[in-house]
Design a binder for this molecule. Structure first.
Ligand code: B12
Length: 273
């Protein structure tokens, strides 16, 4: 049987980053060529070279499949990597997310456009389909319910879905509201499920303010004291989270789980006897 999130986290081993690593040390030709051709900011070159020289060759190949938007290849390579006993977290971080990082840079610099990114997202989902049952398998009584959604106007769901997998794997029961979630939909879900935690995701600077508007809607509905609000997504920062009155910010799926645990522990500790 494959490991659950907890054992995956405990046993995941990482080759230390080599500060002297060079582009030519990246074994996968596609990844090497993509970085050489499309990554131009010095700090991003350093980060990607460090990441991919450390990553196992199988992970580099998965990342290359993501970058090329080849869902069938990513499907196969992810399954093969898990069958070869690579940890789900290693596949997620060093393969899938690492590949999507390069896609993001190419998109930002206008080397590729929405149709290509959609193909990459499809490839990402093909890989996530294999890690989902592993990361989501907790086998313990639910710690608490969490409502998760991408805010109004925003269709990005890859990061939110990774957070959901990890939350489920850590023992949370998650109600997924999907993308483009209106404040009313969040409110209906809070009332229906009586969940103590709500998580919001936003990937666009134009939709980030909708997190604050959703929190205001919770206040207007008299629900703000009943829920703990956590926020995340690439453009979101701790400062932004504080400004809009969220209870916490997490930079990635692991941080999301740690935050949910911290919030629920504090809430239970402070609850009247
Ligand atoms: C894939 C993608 C798409 C796909 C989305 C597919 C899908 N099903 O999600 C498609 C092609 C549909 C798309 C569309 C668009 N996109 Co887009 N997209 C991306 C891309 C390349 C990757 C996003 C991603 O999946 N990253 C990988 C995941 C794993 O990371 P993540 O989402 O950040 O999530 C992690 C953390 O942030 C955190 N997290 C996430 N949510 C939460 C929630 C909580 C509670 C917590 C604690 C943590 C947490 O944990 C996650 C896991 O580690 C980014 C580039 C980038 N650098 O982010 C652009 C990007 C976000 N897109 C961008 C743009 C402009 C668009 C479009 C407007 C393009 C257009 N002209 O139509 C549209 C908008 C559509 C809409 N209304 O939403 C811009 C946004 C710029 C900005 N400043 O706002 C970006 C940054 C690209 C760029 N130009 O640099 N996009």
């Amino acid at each position: 049987m494959r490991t659950t999130t907890r054992t995956a986290i405990r046993t995941a081993t990482r080759t230390p980053v080599d500060p002297m690593a060079e582009l030519s040390d990246i074994k996968n030709e596609i990844v090497r060529r993509e970085i050489e051709e499309f990554v131009t900011r010095p700090e991003e070159i350093v980060r990607n070279v460090a990441l991919f020289t450390r990553a196992h060759e199988r992970m580099q190949a998965i990342a290359a499949g993501i970058i090329e938007g080849d869902d069938e290849l990513v499907d196969k390579l992810t399954r093969d990597a898990l069958d070869a006993d690579h940890e789900a977290l290693e596949v997620m971080d060093d393969g899938l997310i690492a590949g999507m990082g390069v896609v993001g840079i190419k998109f930002r610099e206008n080397f590729i456009f929405v149709p290509e990114v959609l193909a990459c997202a499809r490839a990402m989902k093909a890989g996530m389909n294999h890690i989902e049952p592993i990361l989501s398998a907790s086998g313990v009584d639910p710690i608490a319910k969490v409502i998760m959604g991408t805010v109004k106007g925003d269709l990005h769901d890859i990061g939110k879905n990774l957070c959901i997998m990890m939350l489920r794997g850590a023992g949370f029961e998650v109600v997924d509201l999907g993308v483009d979630t209106s404040p009313d939909a969040f409110i209906d879900a809070i009332e229906e499920h009586r969940a103590p935690i709500v998580g919001m995701s936003a990937l666009l600077t134009t939709t980030m303010p909708n997190m604050g508007k959703t929190i205001e809607a919770f206040v207007d509905a008299g629900l703000r004291d009943q829920v703990l609000v956590m926020v995340g997504g690439a453009p979101v920062t701790q400062e932004f989270a504080d400004d809009m009155g969220a209870d916490g910010y997490g930079k990635d799926a692991l941080a999301c789980v740690a935050l949910a645990k911290k919030l629920i522990t504090e809430k239970r500790r402070n609850a009247p006897p």
